[in-house]
Design a protein around this ligand. Structure first.
Ligand code: PLP
Length: 601
């Protein structure tokens, strides 16, 4: 049976039980049951299910793995982490994360003024805050204000001008407390992931070696050297191979050691940024390291450099966000329609008198079996070709041609179901050409922007029918009026789905690992808003709880968001409709979201 690579990307968070996909936690509910429950309350569009226990698992794994490495190597520094807000700023994700990780002293990273305000508001007391990205005087002043509130905040310098602004703010505001200062290193080593641009010599961010020396001189001359507590680097998100990290650690470790030797006595932290990746592939592993290897490499390399250079072993900071947030969230998309190039048995409309070839085709269809499947399929293809020629010559009519096409498709379909088509190149080639288009109730631009933007792969699978062999070669369409809103069938990474009669039953696909970056990058192309989102928890007894449901925006609210006067819209529409009953219907529609309703309603 097709397990959709769940053993590769699933990390034991899910399991297939009989024909259902289930959550491997608490009462182990089937995802379809969760979905049906939410849909009973009228939420018929796409859904975002966020599982808080998975975020918790990722955070504890990160801390435990690093602490194990620290213990194993008898490392002298400590481990600390912050969650980079840019990866997921939404309150339904951030607020539980902050609350549930208080005991670990897990902090937040901010890359803009707005993110900094969030960190200043919600960060756990005493947990670290790091601030990256370009900063103006106002943003640096915000860092001073955060420090004055009692936050343990480090402002990480991207350029020498920022250092000068820090000095300026410090001199101007006697009553504000100074934040700690960090230097971001512009590495000559960068990552191999899709976001590799954020590391390396041409990176937008960080200080070159010359600038680091200058920064050190400025800090020393202005008596601020004791505020320098952190060296930071980030080699890029979604790192697929470990070797760039090792090189980056050596580079940053040696800079750290030299700055220490030059008198930066309070420099005690190395912040390794993000980069820790997850396995997104459904087919074969694409990430060549485990989190254990990652943490061992960090600890070992930094220890080695510190020992050789006879300096204190630094505390290790990480800002990994993708690893923490991606697995927690599943996007559920109802299948609305199947645009089939295949046919149904009900499409066969035999006449009272049929051409001999059609009668033979019908016989092949009725009697095909595993042993003769290939032979029957060849015969059917030959018969179809003959019928098409006879049609062109005017000897058979449109009904005969339709019957021949339907029967041949059905025979091929049966052959595919009877044989393992991967063993038969010819069958595989035929099957590859007969793709089915599954129309999904979602917007790619809103919910999977990284697929559209950078071809990011997301695991996808049906929630049901998992003990039935999927026979259809699926292309996925979203409901935007944009031909980019498609995940085309890829013969190298084929998605096979089930043959479903949507008039009789519903069929849902889940997209996994969508909790990092997707929600905030999502855009309102065609004015589709974010799906309805639900946080899912389990209590001590393992019973499931639905929290913080945020419904997908109503049509009028979406228009309000892009600055339309919705009262004006309403009054114009109302004016145009004399009939009060019709206005009632229209009024209901504009107070609902714009996603489609499934066919079975
Ligand atoms: N830290 C910084 C400075 C970043 O720019 C980023 C993202 O690009 C991260 C952390 C998060 O990295 P990741 O997505 O690999 O978790």
């Amino acid at each position: 049976m097709n397990n959709y690579g769940i053993d590769i990307w699933g990390d034991n968070n899910f399991f297939i039980d009989n024909d259902l996909l289930k959550i491997n936690y608490g009462c182990k509910p089937a995802i379809i049951d969760i979905v049906q429950k939410i849909r009973q309350d009228g939420n018929k569009g796409p859904l975002l299910l966020r599982f808080e226990h998975i975020t918790q698992k990722q955070i504890s794994t990160l801390y435990n793995t690093f602490n194990n490495s620290i213990e194993e190597y008898n490392y002298k520094g400590s481990f600390q982490a912050v969650f980079p807000l840019k990866v997921n700023q939404l309150p339904n994700f951030i607020l539980p994360l902050v609350k549930n990780s208080k005991n670990l002293n897990y902090g937040l990273e901010a890359g803009s003024k707005t993110e900094l305000i969030l960190a200043m508001t919600y960060n756990n007391d005493n947990a670290p805050i790091t601030v990256n990205g370009f900063k103006d005087k106002e943003m640096i002043t915000l860092c001073f204000i955060a420090a004055s509130m009692g936050h343990n905040i480090t402002v990480i310098i991207e350029g020498l001008n920022e250092l000068e602004t820090i000095i300026e703010v410090q001199q101007e505001s006697n009553n504000l407390k100074s934040p700690n200062i960090g230097l971001r290193v512009k590495l000559h080593n960068s990552s191999s992931g899709v976001w590799a641009k954020s590391g390396g010599i041409n990176s937008k961010f960080g200080l070159s070696s010359t600038e680091i020396l200058k920064a050190h001189e400025i800090l020393k001359n202005t008596n601020l050297i004791d505020q320098l507590t952190m060296l930071h680097f980030h080699i890029g998100s979604a790192m697929n191979t470990i070797s760039p990290l090792k090189k980056a650690l050596k580079e940053a470790g040696n800079i750290y050691a030299q700055l220490k030797q030059m008198g930066a006595n309070n420099l005690i932290n190395i912040n390794i940024g993000g980069g820790l990746n997850l396995e997104y592939s459904q087919f074969k592993r694409s990430v060549n390291y485990s989190i254990e290897e990652f943490s061992n490499d960090v600890v070992f390399t930094l220890q080695n450099i510190a020992t050789n250079k006879n300096v204190t072993q630094p505390n290790i900071f990480t800002e990994s966000g993708r690893y923490i947030s991606a697995p927690s969230t599943i996007l559920i998309t109802p299948v609305l329609e199947l645009y089939s190039s295949q046919s149904l048995a009900t499409d066969i409309k035999l006449k009272d008198e049929n051409p001999k070839l059609i009668i033979e085709l019908y016989d092949l269809y009725k009697t095909i079996n595993k042993k003769l499947a290939l032979e029957f399929m060849h015969d059917a293809l030959e018969h179809l070709e003959s019928i098409l020629t006879l049609f062109d010559l005017g000897y058979v009519d449109l009904q005969d041609r339709s019957n021949a096409e339907v029967l041949t498709h059905l025979i091929i379909k049966k052959a595919i179901a009877l044989l393992d088509f991967n063993d038969y190149t010819e069958l595989k080639n035929i099957a590859d050409r007969i793709q089915e288009k599954y129309l999904l109730n979602f917007s790619m631009f809103q919910s999977l922007p990284d697929f559209w933007g950078i071809n990011q792969e997301f695991p996808v699978m049906p929630l049901t029918h998992l003990n039935t062999n999927p026979t259809r070669f699926a292309t996925l369409w979203d409901i935007t009026c944009d031909s980019d809103g498609e995940i085309p069938f890829n013969a190298n990474k084929p998605l096979h789905l089930h043959d479903i009669n949507l008039k009789e039953e519903e069929y849902f696909l889940g997209f996994f690992l969508v909790g990092a970056y997707q929600e905030i990058l999502g855009m309102k192309h065609n004015l589709f808003s974010a799906p309805t989102q639900i946080n899912i928890n389990f209590d001590k007894n393992g019973d499931i709880k639905f929290n913080n449901i945020i419904e997908s925006q109503k049509i009028l609210d979406i228009l309000d968001d892009i600055d339309y006067d919705t009262n004006h819209i309403k009054s114009i529409l109302k004016q145009k409709l004399a009939n009060k009953d019709i206005w009632k219907i229209l009024n209901n529609y504009i107070h609902d979201n714009g996603y489609l309703k499934t066919t079975k309603e």
